[in-house]
Design a protein around this ligand. Structure first.
Ligand code: SF4
Length: 446
């Protein structure tokens, strides 16, 4: 892959993710106004504090109720510039809607996510522009990684008037927002549409730039006034199970990215002969992957998780939907060997100390021609050398370097990354205000 500037990322149209329909329909005007009118604008609105970006939810909802949809969109985007993708991808059931007072009245919570989608789509469809860059400050900030944390941070920094360049290793911006969100929640082009607004603010992107390969943190701190590290997480963790290196045993995140961004023929060909797929893991990536495989027509999808249902880290509502869609869950099992087209699993139990151990003798064979490993992603701390990060604030032991997003929090929701990116932008702005611009203004070296 070459390095350098690329103004327009290319996303091909013929992607397999496009064959998966939205699982939630959008509101029409009448439905949106009617739902908005249910909100009682309660005192101390708990929905606001349940949102990591603290969107003024009752305010945007009342604006929808009053027919001021553009104003509603602005209220959302003022707090969360990725408000559209968060409306599509946030686990609202455990965030804003989970905190809505209607739950305590045993009534259906206000459908905040769908109202947020209605308002933000309204603004994007009409190409409404709410923001412009601040007066040039003469300061330049490099942001490493083009995921939600860097996008939110860069947008905020542009409002303060700082120059920003996002340095991204792949050829597409958006990180997991573009390449990882389950297609029945959001397609890659929605993420790119949202990023157009960030580009409109004058944020520039350079693709094919990777820390540790052709980017060096020392060079960045020399050439820029501040650096934001929004690297996210590394590749899928691998299992050390015998046979894990076989080509049909793949990382779930990498497989989802292929399905979302590569030509559909590639993924279709790989799926054609799959009668049974095995997913290994109990988190949200495992739940996304199993539902996607079911949606793409794989007849039998089995999720193997080494602990019990109660210990799964994946959201309960996603688990419920996966079961409704026919996914099988094999709890207390662990793959102990993979062979071509076959996996051997063994029963597990959990010791009183909480350790997972294999139960001798109890083994099961599963014909599985595709195995997706969803046991987490590797951390990228090794790329940071000696740099120490304060994981609460995003500050580091270098006054010029800040961090946020999955690198900091270990992998949370898009909305958490946006909140951290925004918080870092404020820290960076305050820090820049107290310093003269760096003498060196040259471009970074590839
Ligand atoms: Fe409206 Fe529910 Fe928020 Fe109260 S908690 S302001 S009813 S959305």
């Amino acid at each position: 892959m070459g390095t350098g500037k690329a103004s327009t990322p290319i996303l091909i149209d013929d992607r397999l993710e496009n064959s998966l329909a939205d699982f939630k329909s959008s509101f029409n005007e009448m439905e949106a106004v009617s739902e908005a009118n249910r909100c009682i604008n309660c005192y101390g609105a708990p929905c606001i504090s349940a949102c990591p970006t603290h969107i003024d939810i009752p305010r945007f909802i009342s604006r929808i109720a009053n027919g001021h949809v553009a104003g509603a969109a602005k209220t959302i985007l003022d707090s969360n510039i990725l408000g559209l993708s968060c409306a599509r991808s946030c686990p609202t059931e455990v965030l804003c809607e989970g905190a809505c007072v209607y739950n305590s009245l045993d009534k259906k919570p206000i459908l905040i996510g769908k109202l947020q989608r209605y308002a933000t789509e309204y603004a994007y469809e009409r190409n409404l522009k709410f923001y412009k860059p601040g007066n040039p400050s003469g300061k330049r900030v490099a942001l490493v990684g083009a995921g939600p944390a860097s996008l939110a941070c860069a947008h905020e920094l542009r409002k303060y008037g700082h120059e920003t360049v996002i340095l991204e290793k792949s050829t597409l911006p958006g990180g997991l927002n573009t390449q990882g969100i389950a297609p029945y929640k959001m397609k890659a082009q929605t993420s790119l549409r949202e990023i157009e607004e960030i580009t409109h603010m004058g944020v520039t992107f350079e693709y094919g730039r990777e820390l540790g390969r052709n980017l060096d943190l020392k060079d960045l701190t020399r050439d820029y006034d501040a650096v934001f590290l929004g690297l996210g997480l590394g590749p899928d963790s691998r299992l050390d199970t015998p046979g894990s290196q076989l080509p049909h045993v793949r990382g779930a995140v990498e497989w989802i990215a292929q399905m979302k961004t590569r030509p559909s023929a590639e993924t279709k060909a790989a799926l054609q002969a799959v009668k049974t797929a095995l997913i290994v893991g109990g988190g949200n990536t495992a739940l996304d992957a199993c539902r996607e495989l079911k949606g793409l027509g794989v007849p039998k999808v089995v999720v193997s998780y080494r602990r019990g249902e109660a210990e799964m880290s994946g959201y309960k509502h996603e688990f419920k939907w996966a079961k409704q869609e026919g996914v099988e869950f094999w709890f207390h099992t662990l793959p102990v060997a993979f062979d071509t087209g076959r996996a051997t699993l063994q029963k597990t139990s959990v010791t009183p100390e909480g350790q997972v151990v294999l139960v001798e003798g109890e083994k099961m064979d599963l014909e599985a021609t595709l195995v997706l490993v969803a046991t987490g992603q590797s951390k990228l701390d090794r790329l940071l050398g000696e740099l120490k990060i304060d994981r609460t604030t995003g500050r580091t032991d270098s006054t010029k370097v800040f961090a946020g997003g999955d690198l900091l929090n270990g992998g949370k929701e898009v909305v958490n990354a946006v909140a951290e990116g925004k918080a870092a932008a404020l820290l960076i702005h305050e820090s820049l205000a107290s310093r003269p611009a760096s003498p060196s203004k040259g471009a970074t070296r590839g």
